[in-house]
Design a protein around this ligand. Structure first.
Ligand SMILES: *Cc1c(COP(=O)(O)O)cnc(C)c1O
Length: 229
């Protein structure tokens, strides 16, 4: 079995070192431990080692773990989301990273209105305009943000991206810098109810570069929980 506690310790040290290199306060970067396809027992091991925030990709798998595990754990949804599954996330997730279309925002609005709560979301950007990848095109981003901003029970809190696969972590840098620039452009437009508080970018292979480029949420899975099959 993976030694989750040791892995977490090492990742947190690398986050701190990356922050030190670029003069950032480590409190401005939060680790999302991505636990998709991993058993609840490994999540419990991570929780015992102090990790409270987890990211899940699949609605059904998430709900099973949510019911089984410590209710004080925090959850982010980071997977592709179909509108007809939104109701199962209602009230359980602190942040949805993968909003990429208005129809999905409208369903989140409908569901969170029922519990008189506000859903916080990140808009996923298809930063390199890859044909098969989810996310809004950079050219359509500001229009989507403005449409979502009009929904009273949905709040845009930042942007998320998955850069194209590269040969090394450095290959991701320009895409992360591009996401940061898109967030700055939106901030400059000062859309009511929209706040670019978060940049969700960086995974096991490139989270240090992401921190250097301004990530506030890094989504790390296999470096904590081991390879997925
Ligand atoms: C699986 C996944 C991750 C974690 O990837 P690792 O390479 O295992 O760190 C991060 N973000 C998203 C959206 C994912 O689907």
């Amino acid at each position: 079995m993976e030694n989750v506690a040791d892995n977490l310790k090492r990742i947190n040290e690398r986050i701190a070192a990356a922050c030190a290199r670029c003069g950032r306060d480590p409190a401005t970067v939060e680790l999302v431990a991505v636990s998709k396809k991993k058993p609840a027992s490994l999540i419990s091991a991570a929780a015992a080692a102090g990790q409270r925030l987890f990211g899940e990709n699949y609605v059904q798998e998430f709900c099973a773990k949510y019911d089984e595990l410590d209710p004080s754990l925090r959850w982010h949804f980071i997977g592709a989301l179909q509108s007809n599954k939104v109701k199962y996330l209602r009230g359980k997730t602190e942040l949805i990273h993968t909003l990429d279309r208005l129809s999905l925002a409208q369903e989140i609005e409908r569901q969170w209105r029922k519990i008189d709560a506000v859903a916080e979301v990140l808009v996923q950007v298809n930063i390199a305009a890859e044909p098969t990848k989810a996310g809004v095109a950079p050219e359509q981003l500001s229009e989507l943000v403005e449409q979502v901003a009009a929904l009273p029970h949905v709040r845009v809190r930042g942007l998320m991206t998955l850069p194209p696969p590269g040969d090394s972590a450095e290959d991701s840098r320009r895409w992360f810098a591009h996401l940061r620039q898109l967030a700055a452009d939106i901030t400059a437009r000062a859309v009511a109810n929209v706040e670019m508080r978060h940049l969700s970018m960086g995974m096991s292979n490139d989270f240090e570069v992401a921190i250097e480029e301004g990530a506030t949420l890094v989504r790390v899975g296999s470096a904590i929980f081991g390879a997925r099959d």
